[in-house]
Design a binder for this molecule. Structure first.
Ligand code: ADP
Ligand code: MG
Length: 319
């Protein structure tokens, strides 16, 4: 069985170069040259087997998702990704598993010209920790604390597919398009870049729309009204679930990795144009109001009982 260094060499042999990586994998630390005048944006997320992905997930899908969720955090800041670090905890030294994992990880890295510049390799329960680094012009990062009363609330893409895949998994077969959304989320990098200077606040939907929008509202000291009928749903989700189940998945289900952002109505057309330019669909789903909290409205204006939103690892009982 190959040892730790053989595995690291297997990784090193496959990583792409970048001009701003003065020293990558192989020394005690990487040497990186960030562009002058930019702020460095850093995000890290861990994926544990059975918690963040089903145990039967293909290695390539785990690799893709481990990087995607981190690039999604950079997207939500309006940052341009550049580098990443990869800490792997593996139950055994399995070259075939590692090769599959790298297929997915490096495929997504290549699509965004991200260089893998270092990491750590240890034995233990299957767990993957990625750190992503990127750049943003000073002062233009999309933060959670800028939403203002009167802003529109937008979401990119569609919501609920990943939660729907997990729901189907509990009872049987998962529809392929839903499974693809769960296993291979699309980090909305171009959309995030396009929204700098336009959006007032932004977050990626990793724990569910209500939970993640809730973070924006809290940071911005405002509230929101969401129109249930405006929530964008994929054809696969519409085909597989009735309206009530769908609404719960769209409001409470995590793992979609779409962007939820706010902006004044005066910016509506510019935003629509910016997102159309990068071929990302987006919809206005509500508005920012005096706080606190989120109210979900039916088409006739009635307040709908909304499900408690969001996945929390330590299960805060009072939400
Ligand atoms: P050290 O003992 O100095 O921490 P390591 O043996 O852990 O060094 O790592 C050697 C080199 O390999 C370092 O450059 C490190 O960043 C890189 N490395 C280790 N594991 C990984 C990994 N899973 N992915 C990418 N680079 C890695
Ligand atoms: Mg080390």
């Amino acid at each position: 069985m190959p040892g730790e260094f053989a595995l690291i060499e297997r990784i090193r042999a496959r990583v792409a170069a970048r001009a701003d990586v003065a020293l990558g994998i192989g020394d005690d630390a990487a040497l990186l040259s960030p562009p002058a005048g930019k702020q460095l944006v850093v995000a890290t997320d861990t994926l544990n087997s059975g918690v963040h992905f089903p145990e039967d997930t293909a290695p390539a899908d785990i690799g893709w998702k481990a990087l995607a969720v981190n690039l999604s955090d950079l997207a939500a800041m309006g940052a341009e990704p550049a580098w990443c670090m990869l800490s792997l905890s593996l139950p055994e030294s399995d070259e075939a598993w590692l090769d599959g994992f790298l297929d997915g990880f490096l495929d997504l890295a290549r699509q965004h010209a991200v260089a893998l510049v270092g990491g750590d390799t240890t034995r233990g329960p299957l767990s993957i920790c990625v750190t992503a680094l990127g750049f943003v012009a000073a002062g233009v990062a999309l933060r959670r604390d800028g939403a203002r009363v009167g802003d529109e609330v937008w979401v990119t893409g569609t919501l609920g597919d990943a939660a729907a895949a997990l729901a189907q998994r509990r009872t049987g077969e998962i529809d392929a398009p839903l499974r693809a959304r769960l296993d291979r989320p699309t980090p909305r990098i171009a959309a995030g870049l396009g929204l700098t200077g336009l959006a007032t606040a932004c977050i990626d939907v990793s724990d569910g729309l209500l939970a993640d929008l809730g973070h924006v509202l809290k940071a911005s000291s405002v509230g929101a009204e969401i129109e249930a009928s405006a929530l964008p749903a994929s054809p696969a989700l519409r085909a597989a679930f009735d309206e009530e189940a769908r609404r719960a998945q769209q409001l409470g289900g995590g793992d979609d990795y779409e962007l939820c952002f706010t902006a004044p109505p005066s910016r509506h057309d510019e935003i629509a144009a910016a997102l159309a330019a990068c071929e990302v669909a987006a919809a206005v789903v509500g508005r920012i109001v005096d706080g606190p909290g989120v109210r979900v409205l039916a088409a006739d204006g009635r307040v709908i009982d909304s499900p408690r939103g969001g996945y929390q690892h330590f299960g805060e009982s009072d939400g």
